[in-house]
Design a protein around this ligand. Structure first.
Ligand SMILES: Nc1ncnc2c1ncn2[C@@H]1O[C@H](COP(=O)(O)OP(=O)(O)O)[C@@H](O)[C@H]1O
Ligand SMILES: [Mg+2]
Length: 228
C-alpha cells in the first residue's frame, strides 16, 4: 500500500544543509501494524510527516496505492490527507476551547458533511472508543487517557486507510497506555486500519507485527514479531 523508494530528506539551516533521512526504502502493506523506534532526533517524525502527506520536500519516491503524490498541488494533497490518514499525537492536540463534539467533527467539516450527519457520526465513533455522553464537555474535563480516546475518535471519524500515531502513549501511565494500545489493535483487527506507531516503549512495540528501528536517519534494522 505504502512504498518509499530511496527517500532522502535534507533541511537547510543557514548555510548548512543537514541530511536527516538517508536512503529510506520502506514498504507497508494494507492491514499491517508497524512500530517505529529510534532515539530522539533520529528522524522518526520527519519520516511520518512524509508518510502522512504533510511534507514532500524529500528526494526519491513515495508511492501510495499505486500513485505518486509529489506532483500534486497543496490543496489536492490536503484533501488526500484528510481522506486517507488519521493522526494521533503524544499531547493529544485537542482544541481546548471546543467541545469533544466539535473536536471530533473537524475532519467531517473538511469533508463537507452537514451538522446532523456530523453529530451522528461523532456519537457513533465516540461509542467505538469507549466514550459515552461526553460530547458536550471540553477536553480538560477528561483524563489523559480519555483525551487520547477523543483524539483517536477524531483520527478515525473519516474512516482513514491508515493511522499515524507519534508517541501516542508517551504521556500516559502504563495501564492507560495498554488501554490505548488495545484500541489500536482492535481497529487494526476489526476494521483492517493500517497502523504506524512511533514509540519509545518496548511493551508497545512488541505488540506490532513489525518494528522498524531508525538510527541517524537510516533504517538500521527491522524485526518481525511472532504473536501466538
Ligand atoms: N522542519 C525542520 N527544519 C530543520 N530541521 C528539522 C526539521 N524537522 C526536523 N529537523 C531536524 O531533523 C532531525 C530529526 O528530527 P525528528 O524527525 O523530529 O526526530 P525524532 O522524531 O526521531 O525525534 C533533528 O535534528 C531535527 O532538528
Ligand atoms: Mg519525533
Amino acid at each position: 500500500m505504502i512504498e518509499l523508494v530511496d527517500v532522502n530528506r535534507h533541511f537547510k539551516n543557514g548555510n548548512e544543509t543537514n541530511h536527516i533521512l538517508k536512503d529510506i526504502n520502506l514498504r507497508i502493506e494494507a492491514g499491517e501494524f508497524v512500530a517505529i523506534m529510534g532515539p530522539s532526533g533520529s528522524g522518526k517524525s520527519t519520516l511520518i510527516n512524509i508518510l502522512g502527506f504533510i511534507d514532500r520536500g524529500y528526494d526519491g519516491d513515495y508511492q501510495f496505492g499505486g500513485a505518486n503524490y509529489k506532483e500534486k498541488s497543496d490543496n489536492a494533497l490536503a484533501e488526500i490527507r484528510n481522506e486517507t490518514v488519521g493522526f494521533v499525537f503524544q499531547n493529544f492536540k485537542l482544541i481546548q476551547n471546543n467541545t469533544i463534539l466539535e473536536n471530533v467533527s473537524i475532519p467531517l467539516l473538511y469533508a463537507g458533511l452537514g451538522a446532523r450527519q456530523r453529530k451522528q457520526r461523532v456519537i457513533d465513533v465516540l461509542h467505538q472508543v469507549g466514550l459515552y455522553d461526553k460530547e458536550n464537555l471540553v477536553p480538560n474535563k477528561l483524563s489523559g487517557g480519555q483525551q487520547q480516546r477523543v483524539a483517536i475518535a477524531r483520527a478515525i471519524v473519516n474512516q482513514p486507510k491508515f493511522i499515524i500515531a507519534d508517541e501516542p502513549t508517551g504521556a500516559l501511565d502504563s495501564k492507560t497506555s495498554q488501554d490505548i494500545m488495545d484500541l489500536f489493535l482492535q481497529l487494526n483487527k476489526e476494521r483492517g486500519t493500517t497502523m504506524i506507531v512511533v514509540t519509545h516503549d518496548p511493551r508497545v512495540a512488541e505488540q506490532a507485527d513489525r518494528v522498524i528501528h531508525i538510527l541517524d536517519g537510516r533504517i538500521q534494522r527491522e524485526e518481525v514479531n511472532q504473536h501466538e
